[in-house]
Design a protein around this ligand. Structure first.
Ligand SMILES: [Zn+2]
Length: 236
């Protein structure tokens, strides 16, 4: 969504050599072999990764490194570059330089990708139906996505129509693609989400076809005066 500046910056470094973020080129990778570049107690930096990490916007992935569950992640500096560092549930027996297998919790990731793609579709359909494009916030977790709007009236009416139209669109099976804005060497690179005529800057991970989203359900939540929230849930 629009508020994922931190990860857009991170993606801008995707071409760097110290750590290859395989999820940027293939969001369907569930397993990869990597070498440990640094290990400090239970914190490790692998040279390749399939585990998405972010504190806001789209929730971080769950997974395992060398068979040990990942309990947290964040950006760390290594040799003057930024790399994703993973915190493991316990200190591993493997050492720096060792090869390990990284595995993704695919069930959780699949939900994150479905809900993130659904949130974009809903934002465009809702804009069509209600004329409101005043997004003030968004978030994607593995149980639901939300879109917050600046709005001074109850959106229950347009929401029902949005749910019906978004489900019809999703069911038509539209292709989703990610493209990268070229800004010249060394400059920040911006990623875009594209589906038919719709195109927006986005740094998250998505399904390849709207049909993978499945049926969705929309719920209105009141979050204070002058604001309306749309919650997006997977119906199946
Ligand atoms: Zn997005």
């Amino acid at each position: 969504m629009y508020l994922e500046k931190e990860l857009i910056m991170m993606k801008g470094n995707a071409g760097e050599k110290i750590q290859e973020r395989l999820f940027l080129s293939d969001s369907y990778l569930q397993k990869a072999e990597a070498r440990i570049l640094r290990k400090q107690e239970n914190k490790v930096i692998p040279d390749k990764t399939i585990l998405f990490s972010f504190s806001g916007g789209q929730e971080s992935d769950s997974g395992w490194i060398g068979g040990i569950s990942v309990s947290g992640s964040g950006l760390a500096e290594l040799k003057g570059e930024k790399a994703i560092e993973y915190e493991l549930e316990r200190e591993p027996d493997f050492k720096e330089g060792d090869s390990v297998t990284i595995e993704l919790d695919w069930e959780k990731r699949k939900k994150l990708m479905r809900l993130h793609s659904a949130a974009h579709v809903v934002s465009y359909v809702f804009q069509d139906v209600s004329g409101n494009d005043e997004t003030i916030g968004s978030n994607v977790s593995s149980s639901k996505a939300r879109l917050d709007y600046s709005c001074d009236h109850n959106i229950s009416g347009p929401l029902a129509e949005t749910e019906q139209k978004a489900n019809a669109f999703i069911n038509e099976g539209h292709e989703i693609s990610i493209w990268q804005e070229e800004k010249g060497e060394g400059a920040e690179q911006i990623f875009h989400w594209k589906c038919g005529e719709w195109d927006m800057p986005c740094s998250g991970l998505h399904v390849k076809n709207t049909r993978e989203i499945g049926r969705i359900r929309l719920k209105r939540a009141n979050i204070g005066k002058g604001k309306e929230r749309i919650e997006i849930l997977l119906a199946d």
